[in-house]
Design a protein around this ligand. Structure first.
Ligand code: UDP
Length: 264
């Protein structure tokens, strides 16, 4: 046990596991945004190094299809439903989740918590200008924030060595990784023993939005559950990825029929 583990164990700090619903064999957290942020904050201070996956339909379907990717979700401490497709799937299975918990919202909430509670955060991912822009925006919003470092998400093996040493030197409480799935989760699972980090959160393309390079869908579009369509419109190259959504919904439908058949 390290000092953090001993302190937490002594305080009897290990919290009850949050409620989850099963979608395609993965345990998706059934928490509203405030509860999810509180669960994430608890993970920062829990013993060991923890990880949150912000899963949309594309990620769940990829993990469902690939035995190589499934463990990235199975070994996560918390999987939140980052996408309306996942929220709809839960409802269709008769186990509705409270609400969508988008990675970017979790990033804002956790950063606010980190600023108020003197926890160090590190931003890893996106293009150099995008991550630097995101860092500047966060520091402007919370001048007291302990932003212990940032790095873009494009590096070769040699640079990765330097990056790993750099992160280890500053020991962030929270490492936000914005390199897309599965790269962001693999960065953690491949190097876990070298990363003295309280919590790692994969946040997809969030730094591009935080830094202002990409505009998030306006609130009315989000309220209509059409943020996914907005993102395709902003970046038509994403359209190739669209097909994961109907495939995901078909897989969920198969799960629903199977459960009905088994009388679950
Ligand atoms: N990215 C990166 N390194 C890479 C490939 C991608 O840092 O090798 C970044 C990219 O710049 C973008 C993010 O990862 O900021 C991926 O965003 P995407 O929209 O694909 O993720 P999503 O939000 O859909 O999970």
């Amino acid at each position: 046990m390290n000092i953090k583990e001993e302190t937490a164990a002594a305080a009897g700090e290990e919290k009850k596991a949050p409620p989850t619903v099963d979608i395609l064999g993965f345990a998706i957290a059934n928490l509203d945004m405030t509860e999810a942020a509180a669960a994430a904050a608890a993970l920062v201070d829990a013993p060991g190094s923890r990880r949150i996956v912000t899963a949309n339909a594309e990620i769940l379907y990829a993990a469902h299809q690939s035995p190589a990717l499934a463990p990235l979700l199975r070994t996560a401490d918390l999987i939140v439903p980052d996408g309306i497709g996942v929220v709809k799937a839960a409802a269709r299975l008769g186990r509705p989740v409270k609400e969508r918990v988008a990675g970017i919202d979790l990033l804002w909430r956790l950063t606010e918590w980190a600023a108020a509670n003197d926890r160090g955060i590190y931003l890893l991912g996106a293009q150099p200008a995008a991550v630097a822009g995101a860092a500047a925006v966060l520091l402007k919003k919370w001048p007291g924030l302990r932003l212990v470092g940032w790095h873009d998400g494009y590096f070769d093996a040699e640079e990765k060595e330097r990056l790993l040493r750099g992160i280890a030197a500053v020991r962030p409480d929270i490492l936000f990784v914005a390199m897309g799935f599965p790269a962001q989760d693999r960065f953690f699972t491949d190097h876990q023993e070298r990363l003295p980090v309280g919590l790692t959160v994969g946040v997809g393309g969030s730094f591009d939005v935080v830094g202002g390079r990409i505009r998030r869908a306006p609130a009315p579009v989000r309220r209509l559950n059409l943020e996914w369509a907005w993102r395709f419109a902003q970046n038509p190259r994403r359209l190739g990825r669209f097909w994961a959504l109907p495939r995901f919904l078909l897989a969920v439908e198969r799960q629903r029929r199977r459960e009905k058949h088994l009388g679950q």
